[in-house]
Design a protein around this ligand. Structure first.
Ligand SMILES: Cc1cc2nc3c(=O)[nH]c(=O)nc-3n(C[C@H](O)[C@H](O)[C@H](O)COP(=O)(O)O)c2cc1C
Length: 170
């Protein structure tokens, strides 16, 4: 099974968590694509992206949570790459049967993402647009891999999380 990790982080040089997770994924021979490095001008090569997706069995979208959502290049990538007649519509079957997983880091703690808490919303609720997209494009939804409390994360916690990520990707 071929897994491809698409990393959408606008400031990868300053990243702690996404950098560590992506590096751990690379060490397991999983293909990791740094999308902001690839498309610094925001001009996405739709054809190339579709070819890569067609050759992948498991699509992992990795990103830091920004304003309870994803960084803008990921949204643009979805808008442009998931074309009608390719990803959806009566002839749009290119992604059918593949797996889709999100790998998200949050600055806030896990306890903030529950009902009655500071944000009063769960991560499962926040990712509903991705879940609905997965339904439309015919992929199998895998529960998100979430790293909470990314700001000031302890090195040992991050190492354990990287290990858990690798185990999930394998
Ligand atoms: C513009 C911006 C918006 C953010 N919005 C959120 C948010 O809505 N919820 C949250 O928990 N953290 C938020 N954060 C914190 C990031 O999620 C956090 O810095 C990131 O996950 C850390 O990962 P990294 O070490 O790979 O950069 C935000 C950070 C930035 C810069």
């Amino acid at each position: 099974m071929k897994t491809t990790v698409f990393v959408f982080h606008p400031h990868m040089n300053d990243s702690v968590v996404n950098k560590a997770l992506a590096k751990a994924a690379e060490e397991t021979q999983v293909e990791v694509r740094y999308m902001y490095d690839m498309y610094p001008d925001g001009k996405i090569d739709v054809n190339a992206e579709q070819k890569i997706l067609e050759a992948t069995d498991r699509i992992v979208l990795q990103f830091p949570l920004y304003w309870y959502s994803c960084p803008p290049l990921l949204k643009q990538w979805e808008d442009e790459v998931f074309e009608h007649g390719w990803a959806y519509g009566s002839n749009g079957t290119a992604l059918h049967g593949k797996e889709l997983m999100l790998a998200i880091s949050t600055g806030a703690q896990a306890s903030d993402y529950s009902k009655g808490s500071r944000f009063n919303v769960t991560i499962d609720e926040l990712v509903l647009p991705f879940k609905a997209t997965s339904q439309l494009i015919g992929t199998t939804w895998i529960a998100p891999f979430v790293t909470y409390g990314a700001l000031g994360i302890e090195p040992a916690t991050l190492a354990a999380q990287a290990e858990a990520y690798v185990a999930t990707l394998k």
